[in-house]
Design a binder for this molecule. Structure first.
Ligand code: FPP
Length: 261
């Protein structure tokens, strides 16, 4: 994606603590960054607030992460907003999250238009509450022609279910003769995942210090660099994003091979 250097410099005006824009190589920005946004509940509890207020505060961080990603010239930003396991949370919290997703999407549509961001969903959004589903569809329709960054929101997403669904689709295609069993390869499977046509993430950020994948993009993260920060999601800023990118750029990615000299 093309980078607007002046806008980026203005966005990252000044230095912040230990990090500034000069610490990253703008020629080597990851194309796809994925984030497991974690710690909303702990952020709220630590302040004597209801967990729901942590999610509300998390919306501000998400808006900033989208803007940061656009300014940095990412092709794709994907975020884990709600897993297939999250239905086990108290009904009140689930209802609040569904409401928040729908409301936020409506509120942020002008930003998506302004920044030419195309929206996409990962997960089974057909079984979401009616209003949430309707608003999601509206977001898809209204941003379908945008040619800038893709913002992929994982909602009602579980990686094992996604892989099983792809396998089912392959089985059906083989059964009806549209695909030969010998042609079932990695490309055939990847093309039937929710992420079909998206590049695999280069960098996965997880906030709040947890060291696990939580059933997120198990297939797609095969060669992704991980960055775990203790920062809770509502506190995650453009500067934390920059720290993650700087850390990513300090790694040597070999994809199972050796470094060429
Ligand atoms: C993890 O914190 C966060 C979630 C399960 C929900 C993510 C939702 C948002 C960031 C709100 C905005 C999102 C959109 C798409 C509008 P947690 O509740 O697991 O925190 P805890 O681990 O401290 O309990």
């Amino acid at each position: 994606m093309l980078l607007d250097i002046d806008k980026l410099r203005a966005y990252y005006e000044g230095a912040h603590d230990d990090i500034s824009l000069d610490d990253v190589d703008l020629e080597r920005i990851p194309a796809h960054v994925s984030i497991i946004m974690d710690g909303n509940g702990r952020w709220a509890t630590a302040r004597g607030l209801d967990r729901s207020q942590g999610h509300v505060a998390g919306v501000d961080s998400l808006r900033e992460a989208v803007t940061t990603s656009v300014r940095l010239g990412l092709d794709v930003l994907s975020v884990y907003a709600f897993s297939t396991e999250n239905w086990r949370r108290p009904k009140r919290e689930v209802d609040l999250l569904m409401h928040l997703f729908a409301t936020t999407l409506v509120n942020e549509l002008p930003l998506f238009h302004q920044e030419n961001v195309r929206l996409r969903f990962l997960g089974d959004i057909d079984s979401l509450p009616e209003r949430t589903r309707r608003v999601f569809q509206r977001g898809l329709d209204e941003t379908a022609d945008h040619t800038g960054m893709t913002f992929a929101l994982a909602v009602n997403y579980g990686s094992r279910a996604e892989i099983a669904r792809a396998a089912r689709e392959i089985a059906r295609d083989v059964a009806r003769g549209a695909l030969s069993a010998d042609d079932v390869d990695e490309t055939a499977l990847a093309g039937r995942l929710y992420t079909a046509d998206l590049p695999d993430p280069d960098l996965l950020i997880r906030t709040s210090g947890e060291m696990r994948l939580s059933n997120y993009l198990l297939w797609q993260l095969a060669y992704t660099e991980f960055y775990v920060t203790p920062v809770l999601w509502p506190d995650f800023s453009r500067w934390d994003f920059l720290r993650a990118v700087a850390s990513f750029q300090g790694r040597s990615r070999r994809f199972g091979g050796v470094v060429s000299s």
